[in-house]
Structures are given as C-alpha cells and as structure tokens.
Design a binder for this molecule. Sequence first.
Ligand code: FES
Length: 106
Amino acid sequence: MSSFVAVADVDRLSVGKTMRVECQGRKILIANVEGILHAVDDTCTHEDSSLSLGCLKGELIHCTLHGSRFSVRTGEPMEEPATEALRVYPIKVDGAKIMLDPQGAQ
Ligand code: FES
C-alpha cells in the first residue's frame, strides 16, 4: 500500500537542482533531472556523507567525500569506492506539492 507524503513545494526545486528532505526519519535526496523528479537516499552507501552536498550532472549525483557518483534514477553507483545502490523512492507531483512514499523504497 502506498502512502505518499507532501515534502516540499514543487517551485522550490528547479531543473538541475537537488534538495534534501527528512521524511519519517529518513534523509532523502530529491533531484530534478530535466523536469523529472527522482528520490533516493541522501546518505552515501560508502560512508556517512550527505549526497545533497554534491553536484548533480545529468542524472548523476557526485559524493563529495570520495568521489563516487550515483544515478538518481536507479540508485546504482557508477564507480567505487561505493558498491551498493541507494534506495529509490516513489515520487510524484500533486498540484503544487512534491509527494514521496518513504515506505515504498526499492
Ligand atoms: S562517502 Fe561517498 S564515496 Fe565515500
């Protein structure tokens, strides 16, 4: 069963930008890639670093601590040292709100 929660106003996240939100105890990174929103864990799977500090290029978010990049679409790391994928969360826009399902991670 899905349980979408409003986490931000959609006009706060322009194309090519990211934001970190906290939702039901989870730190989640939301990225706007060419108008499509994606949501993944904000904490790098290598060590405890916030991916929201990194730069988004296309669909890849760069971890500032050791340099791994992750796809915000699939959660997969592109290179080491990170080897585990980020969880990906269902996300949608409803009116003026960004909604995500923190329990629906894949
Ligand atoms: S903490 Fe992200 S690559 Fe090491």
